[in-house]
Design a binder for this molecule. Structure first.
Ligand code: LLP
Length: 420
């Protein structure tokens, strides 16, 4: 459930009509709903009760400082994958004791930053990385808490590019090698291995791959415990799917029940790293129709938003539901290809989408654009970076300004020998 709905024929974010924001801020823009974010984090946490669970929101999904601040105020910590995300999480007030650091390629400066900040744990994904953590911690005169991310060799059944738990994927340590890595870790003086981690993919529409992966995690945990290793934390990653259309998704309550059933009795602290399920349906991308073009075989709605603003359709064949901001009284729908202005055929948001009659200047909203949307924007075609707006009840604020071409041109220079 989200807080974007039509009132008096206009799509609103909570109590604010989106056309009003468009008039004041210009298009395109991302708009997030506070009430929706709060609802989603609440429902997710409720679904896990009564497990000893800490939710480390996956910052990569939507790293806007205001979004992080709302989540921190609602009890969430953070899953970060770069020094930049760690900086954001800390700046938003997320407690270091609820921050985990994931990712296959943490650099020494990033590891140093994490150890200095005294975060909950670093999830290591290889032995060289474990050794790097030990080395950096030693230089700082500290002991770093680390967990070992296992690759369970389970296919999440999601899009190929966002499935991460298969043997051939770059993530984690092969699950059969857990004992070996823990033994090696025990010999390192500046690392304390505190647990295990897993993340098998994103946008999972089915609980079965989780069930299989967590069963494997359960077996490895029991084996390590029997070998005398203490396993304090089990980080189960993120990945729970979000409805982009009418396809049903497992609810957080069903997910939580499955976790409790499969692995809940191990006496560990559980960490969760949801991203999309928290932020996805809490945001929309609002764009204006620039032209309506009758092509040889198709009608094109050409928008002022493009693939650089929302890359998901081009990259993952994702389809975001696109709706007019002004509710159409006319029930008639004609198929249209909805495209952006970028010079690639890949800059297509949807083909043959049933749309009401639309005219230049009309506004549309892309639903489910709160996750992996603004964060993946680029300046391709020297376009601006889209601003982000946060709504809360009757109020709205620009929480990330539009970054114009002049803003980033200020960082570009002409090589001295070219200046005649
Ligand atoms: N934990 C780890 C270690 C991850 O790699 C990810 C996502 C998450 C948690 C959060 O997963 P979520 O709950 O959001 O599914 N850009 C892609 C999605 C990439 C996901 C990467 N990792 C997209 O737009 O679909």
């Amino acid at each position: 459930m989200d807080h974007f709905e039509y009132r008096d024929g206009v799509l609103h974010a909570e109590n604010v009509p989106l056309d009003r924001i468009a008039d004041e801020v210009g298009t395109p823009f991302y708009c997030y709903s506070t009430a929706t974010i709060e609802r989603h984090i609440g429902v997710f946490m409720d679904g896990l009760a009564p497990l000893d669970a800490t939710v480390c929101y996956s910052v990569k999904a939507n790293s806007n400082l205001s979004v992080l601040k709302i989540l921190a105020a609602n009890g969430a910590g953070a899953d970060v994958v770069s020094g930049g995300e760690l900086t954001r999480a800390l700046r938003a007030g997320m407690p270091p004791g609820k921050i985990v650091f994931s990712g296959v390629g943490k650099t020494e400066p990033e590891i140093r930053q994490a150890i200095r900040a005294d975060i909950l744990q670093i999830n290591v994904e290889s032995e060289p990385e474990l050794e790097a953590v030990n080395r950096v911690a030693g230089e700082l005169g500290k002991t770093a808490r680390a967990a070992v991310r296992l690759n369970p060799d389970i296919d999440a059944g999601s899009h190929d590019k966002i499935s991460t738990g298969r043997r051939e994927d770059k993530f984690g340590v092969e699950w059969t090698r857990a004992h070996e890595v823990f033994t090696a870790g025990a010999a390192l003086p500046h690392v304390e291995l505190v647990g295990l981690a897993m993340h098998i993919g994103s946008q999972l529409a089915d609980l079965q791959p989780y069930r299989d992966a967590f069963t494997r995690l359960r077996d490895v945990t029991a084996m390590l415990q029997a070998g005398g290793f203490e396993i304090r934390t089990l980080d189960l990653g993120g990945g729970l799917g979000t409805p982009y259309d009418d396809t049903p998704m497992p609810s957080p309550a069903e997910y939580g029940a499955m976790v409790r059933e499969v692995i809940g009795d191990l006496g560990c602290r559980f960490l969760f790293e949801p991203g999309r399920v928290i932020a996805g349906n809490a945001g929309v991308l609002v764009s204006r129709v620039v032209y309506v073009k009758e092509g040889a075989t198709r009608r094109f709605l050409i928008l002022d938003a493009a693939m650089n603003d929302l890359i998901r359709p081009a990259l993952y064949d994702a389809s975001h539901t696109i709706v007019p901001i002004a509710e159409s009284a006319d029930k008639e729908r004609e198929p249209a290809d909805i495209v952006g202005p970028v010079c690639e055929t890949g800059d297509t948001f949807g083909e043959r989408i049933p749309m009401p009659d639309m005219n230049p200047g009309d506004l549309v909203a892309f639903r489910t654009a709160g996750a992996y949307s603004a964060v993946m924007a680029s300046t391709y075609n020297s376009r601006a970076l889209v601003p982000e707006i946060l709504v809360n009840g009757d109020q709205f604020a620009v929480v990330r300004e539009r970054i114009e071409v002049d803003d980033y041109l200020a960082r570009e220079s002409i090589a001295p020998w070219l200046n005649g």
